[in-house]
Design a protein around this ligand. Sequence first.
Ligand code: FES
Ligand SMILES: [Fe+2]
Length: 457
Amino acid sequence: MTHIAARSDGDRGTYVDIGSLRSRSEHAGVSDRRPITVPADRYISTGFAAREEQLMWPKVWQLATTLDSVPAPGDYVEFTVGRLSAIVLRDQSGTLRAFQNVCLHRGIELCHGSGEGLTELRCQYHRWCWNLDGALKEIPSRRDFGVIDNEEYGLRALAVDTWGPLVFVNFDPDAMPLAEYLGGAPADAAHQGLDDFRCRFQVTVPVPANWKTTADGFSETLHVQGLHPELLHIYDDLDSDQVAWTHAARSRQPYGRPSPRIRPVPSDQEIWNAYAAVFSSRVGLDPADPGPVPPIGEGQTLLSVMADQLRAARAAQGVDLDRFTDEQLMTLDQYNIFPNITVLVFPDLLSVLRSRPGDTPDSCYLDAFQFDRVAPDDTASRTKPLCVDVPLGEASFGLVLDQDFALLRHAQRGLHQPGLTRLTLAQEEIRVLNTHRNLERYLGIEPSEIEGDHAFA
Ligand code: FES
Ligand SMILES: [Fe+2]
């Protein structure tokens, strides 16, 4: 049974346990009497997007890149979100730094794309130049400018910090520390050992949907029964528990056993077939013909057989998963970090999805980061990921994500229909609601509603 309960966690905001469907939250606005609704306008309005651009994006911690993209002194990456642009680099002493991507002469961007071997940041326009620590190094024709204070003309630094292999930046010099922003997520994920993951691919796909439409698709599992029926054979969607901190939330999703929604209870062979269809590349099974269920020995279950297979497959690659229980190996933890990050982690897999606003409220960029686990302390495995841009539909991200991505254009078009003025949220959609509660705080607007009195206004 999925449950929700909430309590105030002091200054850190509302803490929501999924406890009882019959309990309710005063603080997060979850009610068991009426649904909570939010205005559809937030997903399609240029005015709302402009408020996000002005009041939210410059104030929040954002995933900019991964440690694998900036492993050595002189490595750099440009990160853009809307009109904001940052340079993330490793300076010559090995310190990770981030700056606003702008020359302080007449404002041209300093860097494009990514690269290595940087020893200074020199503007291509009139050749002003900075050291990699942001200190002004040189102004050609300096006497023409009169007296320039070097201190005043240092590059504009961003806050930068990491969670596992993920590099976050914040354009706000007064931002709270990342560790505080992430709330309970790092401690909750400590057993996963995120430091041992290496980014192999970063794929960017333009999507005809608002960045929130896209992020919402990875913020609830209510849609599994509609969009991913295959998952119901191997994922118990009614027994996922959720926790929401202020900016972060987590859903813990048990795999390896069927949803109680499925009647009659599927056979082991049906579960095995679904496992192969959903996780074919993870487990090396032919999704179309995975063969018979492996023998289930004395004291074993189908779930423990699946877990043993995963351990054996990763052991062959030099990765020891023995410290994880069978349940842990078959449990997906999904962290949603406000505003636009989804971190999906099994002990042997890490995927991160990010949606960045596009040129209109009806477009965004979906970035998919794919990681492999390596042996602990394997620093040699830190190599730069392959970064590619792919049109939507021209690359496969696996059965489930392909289903998610294909839906997005329709989800966005529907939001424009005049008869749909508000979105109606279930208690299971607490992470979608959490996004809206955060948005309301940053944009300085009242909560959409607390008691759900205006469901069809
Ligand atoms: S704009 Fe960069 S040196 Fe002139
Ligand atoms: Fe999905």
